[in-house]
Design a protein around this ligand. Structure first.
Ligand SMILES: [Zn+2]
Ligand SMILES: [Zn+2]
Length: 311
């Protein structure tokens, strides 16, 4: 079966070496993993069912989503993008074909505004306190632009459960060591949501080296709140990890999350208690009069206010 598939790929892509076909098998696995080809592609008994056109279309869709030239060919740029570190959540499956390049909703959201989370499994190579503070900062990115609040708990049931895991870890997803898939998350559901980070990544802070924990967390928490991958490259919900030194949400991210949860209400200025009432606007009158004191004439300006008790 594998040979049939490889032959089809060799024909499709004009390649003549089986080594390249092996490479293409990996490409098909990738396209399947991220939603461009059916999951059955990853099953070894499968292969001959896919036509070359289906594979070309999948490559084209991937190129379009990733903002590459849409050639349908497996050129170096395409292969390079496929080898870039990224989120493990599928790109496709939640969107319509006609929409423009912008945010996407998965289709579910939380009915509550006060979200709780806990870190059930901490990373093996970072301190707990630094992990807590980076993840708190990442949640704050979303609470700054919505009415949502995020509170960390150390035990008990929570809305979002966070774990640092390696390899297979029981949810059907697999972490692949340094690079490749960095993290994945589930969308809002009755069972709550989870966010898993690959514990074998070199997680870093404020650095171009390694993988920035804070920014990947902002992305994954976006999934936990109901956002899918955005095709807009500058969006934090784009599937590829790209470190930004002065990170800010893109307008696309803000529009996406506010379409689900609304805007954060502006803080109303503090008002003193109303009893007794202070003089209200319009209850004051400015008066000017002259007064002679010791043969010197003074012009006196006076503001007279009366107190009112408003209900
Ligand atoms: Zn993602
Ligand atoms: Zn997982």
């Amino acid at each position: 079966m594998m040979e049939v598939r490889n032959v089809a790929l060799v024909l499709l892509l004009g390649a003549s070496s089986l080594a390249l076909a092996e490479d293409l098998t990996n490409v098909m696995t990738y396209l399947s993993q991220f939603g461009y080809l059916p999951p059955s592609v990853r099953n070894s008994s499968f292969g001959e069912l896919l036509s070359p056109e289906t594979i070309t279309d999948a490559i084209k869709e991937f190129q379009s989503f990733a903002g590459l030239d849409v050639t349908g060919k497996l050129n170096n740029e395409t292969k390079h993008t496929m080898s870039s570190p990224r989120c493990g959540v599928k790109d496709k499956g939640f969107r319509t074909k006609t929409r423009s390049k912008r945010y996407a909703h998965q289709g579910s959201k939380w009915a509550i505004k006060d979200i709780t989370y806990k870190i059930s499994k901490y990373p093996s190579r970072l301190s707990r306190s630094r992990t807590d503070s980076e993840l708190k900062k990442a949640f704050r990115v979303w609470s700054d632009v919505t009415p949502l609040t995020f509170k960390q708990r150390s035990s008990g049931p929570v809305t979002i459960e966070i774990r640092f895991e390696r390899g297979w870890h029981g949810d059907g997803g697999v972490f692949d060591g340094p690079g490749g898939v960095l993290a994945h998350a589930s969308f809002p559901s009755n069972q709550g949501s989870y966010v898993h980070f690959d514990d074998s990544e070199h997680w870093t802070f404020d650095s171009y080296r390694g993988t920035n924990l804070f920014q990947v967390a902002v992305h994954e928490f976006g999934h936990s709140l109901g956002l899918s991958h955005s095709e807009k490259e500058s969006s934090v919900m784009a599937p590829y990890h790209r470190y930004q030194p002065n990170f800010e949400l893109d307008e696309d991210d803000i529009a996406g999350i506010q379409a689900l949860y609304g805007k954060r209400k502006k803080l109303t200025p503090y008002k003193p208690p109303r009893s007794p009432k202070s003089p209200g606007d319009g209850n004051c009158k400015d008066e000017t009069f002259e007064k002679v004191i010791n043969n010197i004439k003074f012009t006196i300006r006076q503001r007279n206010c009366f107190w009112s008790f408003l209900s």
